[in-house]
Design a protein around this ligand. Structure first.
Ligand code: PGA
Length: 246
């Protein structure tokens, strides 16, 4: 299994930010892991042009469950593919919170992503209140069951475990807590898609930085990271890529 360093730029970046991508590719022309950056939709085509022929894949941050139609302001997986994307992030906690996305909607979007021939990066994670109440495994197990697209394989599915309370806060679970969740997810996924589960990349996300990447990547069943803030700067994301490639 090739590890995956994925970056989520969220609602950050204009064309000038593509210089960070040029710097990243200059420093890491042949990374020892897969690299993926998911910029705002406005930058997908521009980033894909910069990344052409390189080891960097480009992805969207969301898509509509339909391929086209009367849905003002939305964007489809086919359109992202047309712009040069190979992946789509689905069900990020900010979409679940800001836009009321349910597991069923995330599943429909993920199925549209697979139908377009793209890789679905499905995000799940518990809130702090849920963790404090001892519900972490029940919550993420339910999210996995409910969000998993039909037809998922090791090639077209990536799961990102992102505790909501660790996103953008500088706080992370303990390594033991990450290990518990990732082992749980691997087992749960085996129950859902059988042996293919062993090839699905399970990413950890939430305040991953150059300073904590190596120890997180050493945790069993952590197959990479989904990185927010630290993916905006080539030096930081490059250091995380290097830690994963080591
Ligand atoms: P963060 O975000 O790395 O800034 O905590 C992670 C994410 O939301 O994917």
């Amino acid at each position: 299994m090739r590890k995956l360093a994925a970056g989520n730029w969220k609602m950050n970046g204009t064309a000038a930010a593509l210089d960070e991508v040029r710097s990243l590719l200059a420093a890491h022309p042949a990374a020892g892991c897969e690299m993926l950056l998911c910029p705002p939709a406005t930058l997908v085509a521009g980033m894909a042009a910069v990344a052409k022929g390189s080891a960097l894949a480009v992805g969207g941050q969301d898509c509509h469950p339909k391929a086209s139609g009367a849905h003002t302001g939305d964007i489809s997986a086919l359109m992202l593919k047309d712009a040069g994307a190979s992946h789509v992030i689905l069900g990020h906690s900010e979409r679940r919170a800001d836009h009321g996305e349910t597991d069923a909607l995330v599943r429909a979007k993920a199925e549209a992503t697979l139908a377009a021939g793209l890789v679905a990066v499905v995000c799940i994670g518990e809130t702090e209140a849920e963790r404090d109440a001892g519900q972490t495994l029940a919550v993420i197990g339910g999210q996995l069951d409910g969000s998993l697209p039909a037809g998922a394989t090791a090639a077209n599915l990536v799961i990102a475990y992102e505790p909501v309370w660790a996103i953008g806060t500088g706080r992370t679970p303990t390594l033991a807590e990450i290990a518990e969740v990732h082992a749980f997810l691997r087992n749960r996924l085996r129950g859902l898609i059988g042996d293919a589960a062993d090839g699905v990349r399970l990413l950890y996300g939430g305040s991953v930085k150059p300073s904590n990447a190596a120890e997180i990547f050493a945790v069993p069943h952590v197959d990479g990271a989904l990185v927010g803030g630290a993916s905006l700067k080539a030096a930081d994301f490059g250091a995380i890529v290097a830690a994963l490639s080591a």
